[in-house]
Design a protein around this ligand. Sequence first.
Ligand code: GUE
Length: 284
Amino acid sequence: MAAQILDGKKIAEQLTEIVKRDVAKFEAARSIKPGLTVIIVGENPASKVYVNRKHKACEELGIASEVVRLPETTSEEQLLQEIDRLNSDNRVHGILVQLPLPKHINSELVLERISPLKDVDGFHPVNVGNLTIGKEGLVPCTPYGVIKMLEISGISVEGKRAVVLGRSNIVGKPMTMLLMSRNATVTVCHSRTKDLAAVCREGDILVAAIGKPEFVTKDMVKPGAIVIDVGINRVGDKLVGDVKFDEVQEVAGYITPVPGGVGPLTIGMLLHNTLKAAELQLEK
Ligand SMILES: Nc1nc(=O)c2c([nH]1)NC[C@@H]1CN(c3ccc(C(=O)N[C@@H](CCC(=O)O)C(=O)O)cc3)C=[N+]21
């Protein structure tokens, strides 16, 4: 039996409808339009495509969107000044600095400069802490998108054994927190895990976020498991995930494709976070 495919594009459309309605409600009640500013430094072609996609999604939802394009040669100090300016601009509710940044800029310093209330990526240590202790805050878009995808598809994680493959700050760690808070039993494994295949095979849910093209093979998947592929790897001119889709879909119960899986949900959650940020700022 082949796996059921979780269609990220379709599910993202449902999410977009929900966020669109929430934005309209907010605007009617507050007479304020939520605003997102994306800063992009340099000329990474993949980043440009992604930033344009976000911009379009904002326009569709009634979110004011601005893109600040800075040259590759921008100094760290100039970038920090730009963030300070946006932090104190009350029309800007969300700030996102597109990663990766040029090598001469310290990303950690930059991400920590963004006001935690405007940090729509959820990367600021204050938001990381809030997620860890279960306090309301801004949650990283990609793992949050995975949770929304499961929710909208009617798949419960409660009581299930979830295996997160990868321990990054952007996906693996926040994914672990989100699954744990929803009562899954979570195992985190990574490149140094012994008997990695056996550990992965324990997962009723397997989230692949290791950043290695087609790393997860069918022997690593429990029959009937829910396989979520967070990987976005460019191989030649093709986009492939962290899962060897063709063979894993033979054993999985559900599987997300790449492209058309988790990616579209990530953008949906960014828009949700922009609205959430606007709400948080009005509370203060
Ligand atoms: N500060 C920051 N925040 C980010 O969230 C961030 C970032 N920097 N830098 C780059 C990565 C990458 N990322 C993607 C999100 C959605 C898709 C997406 O929508 N993918 C579609 C289309 C892919 C395609 O065709 O190119 C899909 O998977 O179907 C891709 C990539 C967010 N990132």
